[in-house]
Write a protein that binds this ligand. Structure first.
Ligand code: HEM
Length: 282
């Protein structure tokens, strides 16, 4: 009798799992892994470049998923379907948590490691991420100026111009609250949605009412889901600043900003400010 432990778990050639397909596998037809896994073309032999490229691409995919979920939440709120909106915001929260975790492979780049490939990508910068601008439009962080960078790419520019002209997720939240009988000021729920959202004292008071009211109220649940998203966006931005400080100190950015100081200023701006301001008076 052979007492050797099994060390290889092979499949028999007639196992249904290994029967060949005509053409690509159904997995590849669906996931497009062969396309996805051919989109990493480092420009140097620097050992850290692949991690930088993949981390950035992964972040772009999470941006896509978060935008998808926030759009779903916005659509549901416009139809007064709070349960469906809450489900989408829970999925967005999970995607945002994954996005925050995605810094890990490049979280400790030294300046010399980053310099190993920085020059090769020239003026490329996350500042030019169109999907990030879609996210900002959904948050109400509207800026006509940042769309200019995309003028040379008509399809991307068209999609961004459309997002710019649409109400943000937060605009739909406020319109929904108004229809629910909350005293949202008229100039807020009828505002020009292409302007950057500004904190409004009347809206702060609406959130205060909601937070001071019954603790299991559906509108309080909505407020907390929005606060989760706001907090996680803030966490992603703070982590970006931390990674940048570690990898390049106070050197200017590749897109032409002052770098760290510029990012710190942007990261300091709160997302959905009224949800934070309301807390002080509850
Ligand atoms: C070593 C890693 C990184 C460094 C040193 C870095 C540096 C910078 C700098 C200096 C800026 C300011 C704009 C400029 O002048 O270029 C910027 C903006 C930006 N970066 Fe990064 N970045 C890094 C990784 C990433 C990654 C992985 C992403 C994910 C997509 C990303 C997304 C962004 C976005 C979206 C902006 C625009 C922010 C805004 O407009 O407020 N960055 N980055």
């Amino acid at each position: 009798m052979n007492n050797c432990p099994v060390t290889v778990l092979d499949l028999a050639p007639d196992d249904p799992l290994v029967q060949p397909f005509d053409g690509a596998t159904p997995y590849d037809d669906y996931v497009r892994a062969s396309v996805l896994n051919h989109m990493q073309q480092p420009l140097t032999d620097a050992p850290d470049e692949m991690g930088f490229l993949v981390t950035t691409q992964v972040a772009e995919l999470w941006f896509t998923l978060i935008a998808h979920e926030w759009r779903a939440a916005r659509r549901a709120l416009a139809a007064d379907d709070l349960d469906t909106a809450a489900d989408a915001l829970v999925r967005a929260r999970r995607a945002l948590t994954a996005l925050c975790g995605s810094w890990e492979p490049i979280a400790a780049l030294t300046p010399a490691q980053f310099n190993g490939f920085r020059e090769a990508f020239g003026k490329a910068s996350g500042f030019q991420s169109a999907m990030y601008r879609h996210l900002q439009c959904l948050l109400g962080e509207k800026s006509a100026a940042v769309l200019r960078a995309h003028r040379g790419d008509p399809a991307v520019h068209r999609a961004l111009a459309q997002a710019f002209g649409e109400p943000s997720l937060y605009d739909e939240v406020l319109r929904f609250l108004h229809r629910q009988g909350q005293p949202v000021p008229r100039h807020v729920y009828e505002r020009d949605v292409t302007a950057p959202y500004q904190s409004d004292p009347g809206v702060v008071r609406v959130w205060q009412r909601i937070y001071a009211g019954p603790q299991h109220h559906p509108l309080l649940k909505l407020a907390e889901l929005l606060t989760d998203s706001a907090e996680l966006v803030g966490r992603w931005r703070a982590e970006h600043v931390r990674v940048v400080r570690r990898a390049m100190g106070d050197k200017p950015g590749s897109a032409g900003s002052s770098g760290l100081a510029w990012l710190q200023q942007r990261a300091a701006l709160p997302v959905f400010p009224e949800l934070w301001e309301a807390r002080g008076a509850v």
